[in-house]
Design a protein around this ligand. Structure first.
Ligand code: SF4
Ligand code: FES
Length: 347
């Protein structure tokens, strides 16, 4: 067997070797951390995804060892493969930081500010993207888009106003079901996700469109408005399912299963597609074999506090000085002595 050709690529001054044909985004994912560009439309499990949202733009300051000329424009890292000796700038490039802030502003032009009532809050990639890469304000002065309501069947709710047209759900429906029944209709600012003749999407795997949607445009009708995700305990569980792997994450409160989702990796991507029966119709704890708490890798409000890998609260072990750049506090005030709000119940 011939040895795989490896290419050396440097991203934000960190050099790694990756197989030829790897995209810049996937090379950066191997390094991890802030070096990895955000991706709102690329999905490694979906063929043809990527190239739509432009959040993954990077600067190529050296094309390759053979042709060291820089690329004239910022390029989409999810669609560009590495060359040997390539040098890429992501967060070290002012141009990228500025362009990404522009992309975030653009994605938010028509996006409603309904995070307080949106079921995706707490696990919304657009929310994270705007906090990490966006600007405080918008320059947009016009009315936001509105759409005619579309019924996507008994399980899935579409809020078209929240959609960023990443096409992930279209590829999912296309690649997991035999028959294509929804897609992007119209173009420009009229473009929308819709079903032809309002036909319901009744494929056994169609529920996965909810998991791939980076925003709250597609949500689970059996879970809508029932609870906030950060109040629920994610638990890995499985069952003997004749249709899919049966490996899921249960989102519980006490013994009650509020929702069932596929398990997601640290990039927020589904590990194993699950069927509609597991997702929507198997909501008794007794239906499942619980494996243990799910570790949420993505930085998320769900991971904070009590669910980073083990059950129970984590008390910080560092000293105050260690988290305050070496400076010890001059004065430590007991909040209970001045506040009536959070009275210490032990007193
Ligand atoms: S509905 Fe969600 S997954 Fe589908 S195109 Fe819109 S944002 Fe993407
Ligand atoms: S993730 Fe690359 S263009 Fe969307």
């Amino acid at each position: 067997m011939s040895e795989q050709q490896l290419f050396k690529v440097t991203i934000d001054n960190i050099t790694i070797e990756v197989p030829a044909g790897t995209t810049i985004l996937n090379a950066a994912r191997q390094i991890g951390g802030d070096v990895t560009p955000p991706a709102m439309c690329y999905y490694s499990k979906l063929e043809g995804s990527g190239g739509k949202c432009r959040t993954c733009l990077v600067e190529v300051s050296k094309g390759s060892e053979k042709d060291p000329r820089p690329m004239p424009k910022l390029i989409a890292s999810c669609r560009t493969t590495v060359m040997d000796g390539m040098e890429v700038k992501n967060i070290t490039s002012e141009k990228v930081v500025d362009a990404r802030a522009g992309v975030v502003e653009f994605l938010l032009l028509n996006h409603p500010l309904d995070c307080p009532i949106c079921d995706q809050a707490g696990e919304c990639h657009l929310q994270d993207l705007s906090y990490d890469h966006g600007k405080e304000g918008t320059r947009y002065e016009f009315e936001r888009r509105t759409f005619k309501k579309h019924d996507l069947g008994p399980y899935i709710q579409l809020h078209m106003t929240r959609c960023i047209l990443c096409y992930r759900c279209v590829y999912t429906a296309d690649q997991l079901s035999k028959e294509r029944s929804h897609g992007v209709l119209d173009r420009g600012d009229h473009a929308q996700i819709a079903t032809f003749i309002e036909k319901s999407l009744d494929n056994e795997f169609i529920g996965n469109v909810i998991d791939v949607c980076p925003v709250g445009a597609l949500t689970d009708k059996t879970f809508r408005f029932k609870n906030r995700v950060w109040f629920l305990k994610p638990m890995d569980a499985h069952r003997d399912c004749p249709t899919c792997s049966g490996k899921v994450t249960l989102w519980n409160r006490g013994d009650e299963v509020y929702r069932v989702t596929a398990r997601k990796d640290k990039w927020g991507e589904v590990e194993d597609w699950i069927c509609n029966t597991c997702r929507f119709e198997t909501k008794n704890t007794s239906d499942w074999v619980i494996e243990g708490p799910r570790e949420i890798d993505r930085h998320s409000v769900i991971a904070q506090g009590h669910y980073q890998g083990s059950v129970g609260m984590h008390k910080p072990t560092e000293t105050f000085a260690a988290v305050n750049a070496g400076r010890a506090p001059h004065l430590l005030m007991d909040i209970h002595s001045v506040s009536e709000v959070n009275k210490d119940s032990s007193l």
